[in-house]
Design a protein around this ligand. Structure first.
Ligand code: ADP
Ligand code: MG
Length: 400
């Protein structure tokens, strides 16, 4: 058991949104001048505990409550019900706009911000040059921050946050704003924070960043905590949930029956070994299995020299395998009106343990996309032996 530094117990947060809904309502409310009020539950019964030295990713769709939860942990917002406990100095790097006063200069904001975070004037003076140096703001330090670009703003905010010697660093999506060299500098700083055993809670839309930085990830969906696990499991969960949304959208689009030149009517995955399926995946197979993509494409009129492409992506959206009947396989697909049925087999697929999705498209001879499915199917590779990474092999050790 580690030392607990953050504990969130049964936290709920509701926002009241005031708006005028309809003309009728406006007329009804005219005399009282009251606006229509709606409440919105941004966080529902959140429970979590974070130990000293953990790096926790907070992921989820837009509007799922990530920033709200971060603000509640940082003490910037208070919950409607429930308790929040934190141990040590908390520095929060929140969304753009939070924390800095637009009319003050970068210098004044640095002192103000550092004092809010618990540093004395002397301590801030000691770190001041380092902060300016890290931010790369240069002479703009004496300019009012309202004239800063969003990139400059984030640079300074991050520089202050990491130099106040926090025990717990909360980072909202802001890092995406800076340019690449600065992002790298921030990631290096975050890594050295981890090595020093500090605690980090990190909101990011980049699965790669979460997988890289975090040893644990929490998924929020519509204000509820739906997963609290390893980054791989949490990112997989989020990806599957996104795909359900995408699949539903695709179904919607299909039902709006507009004319088409080609339509993928049916597609499903099979595994030559006939491994058992579970509810989440079309195919669950061991490494080295043959994966078969079975497909029916309908053509109202013959399309000459059309091509079918297959991409297999991992849980981070990285391409693992890409193939194309025309460009890589040099196969002429039958050009005829009606339904063309075919199977693309990927024999002895040496993918590592993990969860994968298949995207497919049909293109004409000008490379125009006639139909595509970003989520044509999914499968999981499970193995008893353990190697990590996207490629499977069976390493052997020989002591000589
Ligand atoms: P995320 O960071 O995951 O995108 P947020 O925590 O910013 O989500 O917001 C969660 C939900 O709460 C959103 O639907 C958002 O519109 C709403 N919300 C956030 N802050 C306020 C506020 N001050 N007043 C009203 N609604 C808010
Ligand atoms: Mg947010």
């Amino acid at each position: 058991m580690g030392v607990e530094v953050v504990r969130v117990t049964d936290v709920n947060k509701t926002f009241t949104i005031k708006k005028q809904k309809s003309l009728k309502e406006r007329l009804v409310n005219y005399r009282t001048g009251k606006l229509h009020e709606e409440t919105f539950a941004a966080l529902k019964d959140i429970n979590l505990s974070i130990d000293l030295g953990e790096s926790v990713g907070l992921i989820g769709p837009n509007g799922s409550g990530k920033s709200t939860l971060l603000k509640i942990i940082g003490g910037i917002l208070s919950p409607d019900s429930g308790q929040v406990f934190t141990r040590g100095r908390v520095a929060a790097l929140l969304e753009l706009g939070a924390g800095f006063h637009p009319d003050l200069s970068g210098r004044e904001n640095t002192f103000l911000n550092a004092s809010v975070l618990g540093l004395t004037r002397e301590e801030t003076e000691q770190h001041f040059d380092e902060i300016v140096e890290f931010s790369g703001i240069g002479n703009f330090i004496d300019t009012q921050v309202k004239f800063y670009s969003s990139g400059m703003y984030v640079r300074l905010a991050f520089a202050v946050a990491v130099h106040v010697d926090p025990d717990i660093l909360l980072v909202d999506e802001v890092l995406a704003v800076g340019d690449e060299p600065f992002q790298k500098k921030c990631m290096d700083k975050i890594h050295s924070f981890q090595e020093e055993g500090r605690t980090i809670v990190f909101v990011s839309h980049s699965p790669g960043q979460v997988a890289d930085v975090c040893d644990r990830a929490i998924v929020l969906e519509q204000g509820s905590l739906v997963e609290d696990s390893t980054p791989i499991v949490a990112l997989g969960r989020l990806r599957r949930d996104y795909q359900e949304v995408i699949a539903a959208d695709q179904a919607d689009q299909e039902s709006s029956s507009s004319p088409y030149e080609a339509k993928i009517d049916r597609i499903y995955l099979t595994d030559s070994r006939g491994s058992p399926h579970d509810s989440d995946f079309q195919v669950v197979m061991p490494p080295g299995s043959d994966l078969e993509i079975n497909c029916e494409v309908a053509f109202p009129q013959a399309v000459p020299n059309w091509a079918f492409s297959v991409i297999i992506e991992d849980f981070l959206g990285r391409t693992m395998v890409e193939t194309d009947t025309r460009e890589t396989l040099h196969v002429n697909m039958p050009s005829q009106a009606g339904t063309v049925r075919f199977q693309i087999a990927l024999p002895a697929l040496q993918l590592g343990e993990g969860e994968y999705t298949v995207r497919v498209s049909v293109r004409d001879d000008q490379d125009r996309v006639l139909d595509l499915l970003t989520h044509a199917g999914n499968f999981a590779v499970r193995s008893l032996k353990h190697v990590l990474g996207p490629v499977y092999c069976e390493p052997q050790v020989t002591i000589l």
